[in-house]
Design a protein around this ligand. Structure first.
Ligand SMILES: Cc1cc2nc3c(=O)[nH]c(=O)nc-3n(C[C@H](O)[C@H](O)[C@H](O)COP(=O)(O)OP(=O)(O)OC[C@H]3O[C@@H](n4cnc5c(N)ncnc54)[C@H](O)[C@@H]3O)c2cc1C
Length: 343
């Protein structure tokens, strides 16, 4: 079957792209290997700026005007009259974004794993029926996350990834917290992101500097000291690709984590996925359209990648960068938005 646009992956990047291409009248198909929408290992944090720009506010579960930040030598609370970060339920976000894409006229096929790509011909297996289906398209969009098959089919390596581990702990957690401790988390950090009746408690690190097993051991050690019952729950972990090498390769496009557009510094990837998905959707529909939002994102991404490479050189540098940044936040020399991808 021939489509104008085939998008592989129904994460926020793929669905944002589908919504735009379908709204422009392009025959659009989204292929998603999972049976349900939105399921993803994620802390569900989204900056208020990003949320206001791109996500319906009623999707947020909780929002926080205060950010509690801890380093080895300081503690501070950044307080703002407006929320700084909100948490969203990824499944709800997925369902809402899919609804919009369907209303715009896109087709979404769940349970369809793409197994082979030959130029713009795609083979997939329908996991329910076991059938092998073939499709072809004019434009192919890889929105298939950090281990993207589309990216591999282009021969692009992934040399820079972060690793995120999260535990979803039931209970009422009142505050949003960030913990920088370079001996445990290198240039990364541990977080407490409260949701409606649970919290994501986890850690992120540049995978070039620490193995997942070591990060997990350090997170459990830290959690025990903080009094969080992490060991009683199941950990979920995934890599986060931040090795950006371009978004357009002839008629094949890469979006979100597949493009390596998540932040290497913080692991923030929902907003970059939506922005890149939308911009690329616009570009496919109208190659003369502005790509300014994507170019701005790429600029912020580069700054984050440089900072994480610098901080990853050694523990002393990572400590110094964290302490200076938090001191700047404490003295209001820096604004929290300085480290947001949505700025
Ligand atoms: C522990 C952890 C915590 C995180 N916390 C945050 C956070 O608080 N805030 C934030 O902004 N970001 C966070 N992120 C990052 C964020 O989850 C991702 O950057 C974001 O989901 C990227 O969106 P995407 O659409 O590019 O890819 P994804 O959301 O990964 O979607 C890709 C989709 O493609 C599908 N797919 C893959 N291969 C195939 C195939 N062969 N055939 C068909 N379908 C396929 C997958 O099933 C998936 O649904 C976190 C990540 C981790 C690991």
């Amino acid at each position: 079957m021939l489509y104008d646009v085939i998008i592989i992956g129904a994460g926020p990047g793929g669905l944002a792209c589908a919504c735009i291409t379908a709204a422009h009248g392009l025959k659009t198909l989204v292929l998603e290997r999972k049976d349900t929408l939105g399921k993803k290992v994620c802390a569900g944090g989204i900056t208020w700026n990003g949320l206001l720009k791109k996500v319906p506010v009623d999707i947020s579960e909780r929002h926080f005007c205060k950010q509690h930040i801890f380093t080895r030598f300081q503690t501070t609370c950044v307080d703002s009259p407006t929320p700084i970060i909100a948490t969203v339920n990824r499944e709800k976000l997925g369902r809402e974004m899919a609804e919009k894409a369907l209303q715009a006229g896109a087709e979404i096929r769940l349970g369809c794993q793409v197994t082979a790509i030959d130029q713009n011909r795609i083979e997939c297996i329908n996991k329910k029926s076991g059938s092998h289906d073939q499709y072809s398209c004019t434009s192919l969009v890889g929105a298939d996350g950090s281990s993207s098959l589309v990216r591999r089919s282009l021969g692009l390596p992934v040399a820079a990834t972060g690793i995120g581990i999260t535990y979803q702990i039931p209970g009422d957690y009142p505050e949003m917290e960030w913990h920088f401790n370079s001996s445990l988390f290198g240039s990364g950090y541990a977080w407490v992101f409260p949701h409606r009746d649970s919290a994501s408690i986890g850690a992120y690190v540049d995978a070039r500097t620490m193995k997942a097993s070591k990060l997990k051991a350090n997170l459990l050690h830290w959690g025990k000291k903080q009094g969080y019952p992490l060991e009683q729950h199941k950990a979920s972990a995934e890599f986060i690709n931040f090795d950006f090498r371009g978004w357009r390769f002839a008629n094949t496009f890469l979006v979100g984590d597949a493009a390596g557009l998540a932040s290497g510094l913080t692991g923030e990837g929902i907003y970059p996925a939506i922005i890149s998905g939308e911009t690329i959707g616009q570009f496919i529909a109208n190659p003369g359209s502005s790509t300014a939002a994507l170019l701005n994102l790429i600029k912020n991404h580069k700054m984050h990648a440089n900072m994480v490479s610098l901080a990853g050189k050694n523990t002393i540098l990572a400590t110094l960068i964290a302490e200076i940044t938090v001191f700047g936040l404490k003295k209001k020399l820096l604004d929290f938005s300085a480290v947001e991808m949505a700025r």
